[in-house]
Design a protein around this ligand. Sequence first.
Ligand SMILES: NC(=O)c1ccc[n+]([C@@H]2O[C@H](COP(=O)([O-])OP(=O)(O)OC[C@H]3O[C@@H](n4cnc5c(N)ncnc54)[C@H](O)[C@@H]3O)[C@@H](O)[C@H]2O)c1
Ligand SMILES: [Zn+2]
Length: 363
Amino acid sequence: MSYNVNVELGDRSYPIHIGSDMQSEIGSIIAAEGLSGVCLVIADEHTGEIYGDKVVASLRAANFSPSLVMIPAGESSKSSNQLVDLYSAALTAGLDRQGFIVALGGGVVGDLAGYAAASFLRGIPFVQIPTSLLAMVDSSVGGKTGINLAEGKNLVGAFHQPSLVFIDLKTLSTLPQREFLAGMAEVVKYGIIRDRVFFDHIEAKVEELHPTGNRAILSDLVRRCCEIKAEVVAADEREGSLRAILNFGHTLGHAIENKAGYGGIYIHGEAISVGMVYAARLSVAVCGMSSKEADRIEALLVKLGLPVRAMGLNWIALREAMSVDKKAFGGAPQFVLASSIGTVSTGHSLPEELLEATWASMS
Ligand SMILES: NC(=O)c1ccc[n+]([C@@H]2O[C@H](COP(=O)([O-])OP(=O)(O)OC[C@H]3O[C@@H](n4cnc5c(N)ncnc54)[C@H](O)[C@@H]3O)[C@@H](O)[C@H]2O)c1
Ligand SMILES: [Zn+2]
């Protein structure tokens, strides 16, 4: 069973193809999108090892001339050094303006390979093959690409939409459980920001949500997230307004990641889980969310096995990190808050005492 979700962006529209066990089809589906010629498949050491040969074989069978390059796994690969190495690999592979790049991996590979595609020869097409749950439901859709600087995450980048997103749900079976759960935090986020019925559905199916779980349930989840992301991106490609709703839970979440993420204490989705509980409590205080609904959000995250508290972090340091966040306005952190599950609004700046007291209530 497979589905297509379309991202409607005029002449830059593209399909998100969702299915399972389709690796043998990748070559022909990419060919059907009108791409041809030389391509560079960029993977990390994990995804390249497991899926690289299959993807290359499928591309070759469809008359492409693929080369595979593997980068070290992890956030540190989203660097200018790695980017320059990829340009060299692209030249060695004979990539020209008629060719394209394939990103085979999680969000790190997607962001880096996407930015390489956005900038190499002033921009060539690329295809996303997301293999982590986070990349399937979030980073592979919407065209944000980029790398980190020593001074901060995602400080250099470009909007560059892929020509196709190809999701093979079967790849989730090899994803580490912790990474799967981190992706589930973003799945829950979609329910909170846009779809109450979807939130109810996640609650109802929570026992069955694991990387090797019921494929039909996973497929439904991934499809709904992609539909919501596609709808938000189509309405606001460059984050002028609506797209900011995707940042629910991310104001505090990014600060936690920034202060405790390095060294692996909190990976992105885990930090976002704590951030969503914080945003829900702020929503009770100023946005009319009922405490019962905030408790439901927290209970669902706990049931999934995600953290809902970040112990041992200093408030002053977190608050400082929120001020320097790219999305802060003159030092004032901006929050996405929910009046109820499924309905959010953006651009809330809140009194200092409330921010601190809400944090204290969670410590
Ligand atoms: N562009 C966007 O809109 C956007 C949105 C959200 C996040 N991001 C970015 O995404 C990145 C995080 O992405 P991520 O969480 O996917 O991390 P990641 O790419 O580091 O992947 C996590 C780990 O899982 C491994 N992995 C991935 N798929 C696998 C599979 N199927 N089998 C076995 N191992 C697998 C990877 O090798 C890695 O070790 C961050 O850099 C973040 O900034 C971008
Ligand atoms: Zn996120």
